[in-house]
Write a protein that binds this ligand. Structure first.
Ligand code: SF4
Length: 460
């Protein structure tokens, strides 16, 4: 029993989180910054924070993640890190030659009260930022919010510093990508290209954190949204945000700055969420849905129909980020499964309202919770009170799965103990098929492993 101290009985907790279903803001800011071509994320704080954020991303993507740090000493922790950051900007541009440095704060620099606007203006005034290069910044104090807040703050900074309206509107739709895998971004771009829709996706981690092995080291991989594209987002005719928690703020800022209308839909995970994304893109790009995409949808329907007998009524516990959990819960309902326990460490009304709307009538016994006290300890307690047939979440879920002998599907961030998530998509109709197969395999493998001998079937 790895989690032998988890009790079945819940005690009301007001100021204690145990095994949080979230990580810290700068991880999100760093991840989002990597989706801009030739951008080097910079952590304004101590080396330890930056090492943790880099290693969290590296362990998940199995790719080197480059980032710089202001490397606070005892002195900068007391007197502020202004001189460290100005010196760092100078060194980074001369040694590592990025086009953009994306600075984000940490708990320490926020507590000291370092003013990034003032420090970066100083760096500009002192000529530390070469012609044609840019330093952008956002505040990511990690004692509020989560990695999702940090990701959202970084997207808003991209809009603030780059998106520019020249008043020559282009027939282009912006796709603001919420927190998802590079494979999902690649799939969404593939769908847009099948539809022959002109789009700019930002940020775009495909080609950055899923690069081929070529034998040649590139500090800045070929992928990522280019700066000219980032600037041109201000002239697009419409914006679609994928995931309310991560993209809505950037969409609002883009509308305020460049007068571009927007719609926020869910990340296209599952049948219905993909339908909504495809419909939105079709409407706003003014392009009909092509037959090729309808065929992909039909194949997914066939897969679901063929296998619903194995999934019907199965109880599922899931945890992770709200922008993933909302469409994932909807998809589990599409599969006639029962999402009974859902927790996310990121708080927000949208999650609670979406769950109430989806589960209220169909799974009235469902328990869901968001925010700091919606932790994995609580999820485990719920599972102990009444067991489930499947657990879905990031690698931290393996301890619960091990103790409760549950089939486990890895999805979310971080996944540190399995490969493939940045290559094989969960988005779009093909991604929904991948996800269905992962769920089926987990449930059927578990059945084959644990059923009595006389119940083993060759044909299923
Ligand atoms: S100190 Fe704050 S920013 Fe640094 S790793 Fe911890 S939570 Fe994250």
């Amino acid at each position: 029993m790895l989690l032998r101290h988890t009790t079945t009985k819940e005690i009301d907790r007001k100021a204690l989180t145990i095994n949080p279903a979230k990580t810290c803001q700068p991880v999100g800011a760093m991840y989002a910054a990597l989706g801009v071509h030739k951008c080097l994320p910079h952590s304004h704080g101590s080396q330890g924070c930056c090492s943790y954020h880099r290693s969290a991303l590296t362990r998940h993507f199995k790719e080197p993640v480059m980032a710089a740090t202001s490397s606070f000493s005892e002195g900068s922790s007391v007197f502020g890190g202004s001189s460290n950051l100005v010196a760092a900007i100078d060194t980074i541009f001369s040694v590592y030659e990025p086009d953009v440095i994306a600075v984000h704060t940490t708990c320490l620099s926020e507590t000291i009260g370092d003013d990034l606007t003032q420090i970066i203006s100083k760096a500009n005034e002192e000529g530390k930022v070469p012609e044609g290069k840019t330093v952008i910044y956002c505040n990511t104090p990690s004692y509020v919010g989560t990695h999702i807040t940090g990701y959202s703050n970084q997207l808003s900074a991209l809009v603030k510093f780059f998106s520019t309206a020249t008043h020559k509107k282009r027939n282009v739709v912006n796709l603001v990508a919420g927190w998802m895998e590079p494979s999902d971004m690649r799939e969404i771009k593939r769908i847009a290209s099948i539809m022959e829709a002109r789009t700019i996706m930002f940020p775009d981690m495909s080609g950055v954190l899923d690069t081929p092995l070529t034998g040649k080291y590139k500090m800045y991989p070929d992928g990522g949204t280019t700066i000219p594209d980032m600037i041109a987002t201000g002239d697009s005719k419409f914006t679609i945000g994928l995931g309310a928690y991560t993209t809505e703020d950037a969409c609002v800022k883009l509308e305020n700055k460049c007068k571009i209308k927007f719609e926020v839909v869910e990340i296209p995970i599952g049948l219905k969420a993909t339908d909504r994304f495809v419909t939105s893109l079709s409407r706003h790009a003014n392009i009909p849905v092509p037959d090729a995409l309808n065929e992909e949808r039909g194949r997914l329907l066939d897969l679901i129909a063929d296998n619903s007998k194995y999934l019907y009524g199965k109880r599922v516990a899931l945890f992770g980020d709200p922008d993933t959990l909302i469409p994932l819960t909807e998809f589990l309902l599409t599969l006639d499964m029962k999402p009974v326990y859902i927790v996310t460490g990121t708080s927000g009304k949208h999650f609670d309202e979406s769950m109430a709307q989806m589960l209220g009538e169909r799974v009235p016994e469902a328990k869901y919770m968001s925010g700091e006290r919606a932790d994995m300890f609580r999820l485990h307690q719920w599972i102990k009170q009444e067991n489930v047939d499947l657990l879905i979440g990031n690698t931290y879920g393996k301890y619960i799965a091990h103790d409760e002998h549950l089939p486990f599907v890895r999805m979310g961030f971080p996944i540190a103990d399995r490969p493939g998530h940045n290559y094989f998509t969960n988005a779009g109709y093909n991604g929904a098929a991948n996800l269905t197969i992962k769920i089926l395999n987990a449930i059927l493998d578990h059945h084959d492993r644990t059923c009595p001998e006389e119940k083993i079937e060759f044909q299923m």
